[in-house]
Ligand binder design. Structure first.
Ligand SMILES: Nc1nc2c(ncn2[C@@H]2O[C@H](COP(=O)(O)OP(=O)(O)O)[C@@H](O)[C@H]2O)c(=O)[nH]1
Ligand SMILES: [Mg+2]
Length: 362
């Protein structure tokens, strides 16, 4: 399962956001979790398309896609030099697929710490960039030596030099303008900033009118990040309170009361999912309707392998139809009868929103 890590200074709202995402109510996914780590939870990825397919098929079970969320504590100024949890903190970040920055914008005299999100961002980025600089400098020294004998290391040398130049300016790699080829070359080093970022700006409950403005102010800082970074403003405290209400109608009423629409958590999970290049296909039937996660560009056999490795190994073909087309026709059998199920082979590249059934033979 793909994993998101919440990163930020103390009292930014990370644990509150973590609880909102994983702690019961709106988003917590009903998945038993193998590890006993209290800082890792599972959040479901809400998807209205799935709900509609489940209703169409009168499915007994509806199973959403899900992501893991990690509450990574311990970032303080000096973390890259071992302050706070230091290295343990950095190791935790290396294990996540995407980083979620939690940047505090709420003022509260009872909660210590700065309330300027740009100040939070400055410290967080600096610490991550310094930690990466250390990794890059070590590797660079080794590669400079080896590349005198081994010309095949030229690409890595170029990529490391470009990374070093950015990082020593304090610029994280997600907004250093590195070419995609360089970023790919650097991938095996698990650098902290060579990945995509979602920045959550945590606005106070008394400043809900200022959410858009706070979001825009932080987004302006990322104007050099292309589509590597997305910014979402929300009031974590209110979102957490809403998420704790298990009755959907009551929850919607509370969010409406504050003028928060469907709430920002759903949007946040959906954008981080998308940001990572994750897409969804569906299976639907009376027993269950289910959303399955795949990486953009995956072929049908790879998608089938998300269900079971036998499906991939023995893949013969897939029957495919877009989710909205299927809804319009009313049922899988109706789609089959009018010849609208496409038969696709092993080279078919799946699309977000496909409904699929696989034929396989093992
Ligand atoms: N007033 C206010 N307090 C908040 C908000 N979000 C978090 N807090 C409070 O700030 C403190 C720190 O929050 P927490 O989630 O533990 O931050 P963490 O240190 O980043 O995990 C707690 O007392 C929260 O109740 C908010 O939007 N408004
Ligand atoms: Mg915390």
């Amino acid at each position: 399962m793909e994993r998101f890590g919440l990163v930020g200074l103390p009292n930014a709202g990370k644990s509150s956001l973590y609880n909102a995402l994983t702690g019961g109510g709106a988003l917590a996914a009903p998945y038993a979790f193998a590890t006993k780590d209290p800082n890792i939870g599972v959040a479901k990825v809400p998807d209205e398309r799935l709900e509609r397919l489940a209703a169409m098929s009168s499915s007994k079970n509806t199973i959403h896609a899900a992501v893991e969320v990690v509450d990574i504590g311990g970032l303080v100024e000096g973390a890259s030099k071992g302050e706070g949890l230091g290295n343990k903190f950095l190791a935790n970040i290396r294990e996540v697929d995407a980083i979620v920055f939690v940047l505090r914008a709420f003022a509260d005299d009872d909660v210590p710490g700065p309330s300027d999100p740009l100040e939070h961002l400055r410290v967080v980025e600096l610490e991550l960039a310094l930690a990466d600089l250390e990794t890059v400098e070590k590797r660079l020294a080794a590669v400079e030596r080896q590349s005198k004998l081994d010309k095949s290391l030229g690409d890595e040398l170029d990529a490391l030099r470009a990374a070093e130049a950015a990082l020593s300016d304090g610029r994280p790699l997600y907004r250093a303008g590195l070419s995609p080829a360089h970023r790919e070359t650097l991938a095996p080093h698990f650098l902290l900033t060579n990945r995509r970022v979602l920045a959550v700006v945590n606005v106070g409950e008394n400043e809900l009118d200022g959410i858009a403005e706070a979001e825009a102010r932080v987004a302006a800082e990322f104007n050099d990040a292309g589509d590597n970074v997305e910014v979402i403003g929300m009031c974590v405290q209110l979102e957490a309170e809403a998420a704790a209400i298990s009755d959907p109608a009551e929850r919607a009423e509370m969010l409406e009361g504050f003028g928060l629409g469907e709430g920002a958590l759903f949007r946040m999970v959906r954008s981080s999912y998308h940001l990572l290049g994750l897409r969804t296909y569906f299976t639907t039937g009376e027993k269950e309707s289910r959303a399955w996660t795949f990486y953009e560009g995956s072929t049908a056999p790879v998608c089938a392998g998300r269900i079971h490795s036998d499906f991939q190994r023995g893949f013969i073909r897939a029957e495919v139809i877009a989710w909205d087309e299927l809804l319009e026709l009313g049922s899988w059998n109706a789609a089959k009868d009018v010849g609208r199920l496409r038969v696709e082979g092993k080279d078919y590249v799946a699309r977000d929103g496909d409904v699929m059934e696989f034929r396989f033979n093992v």
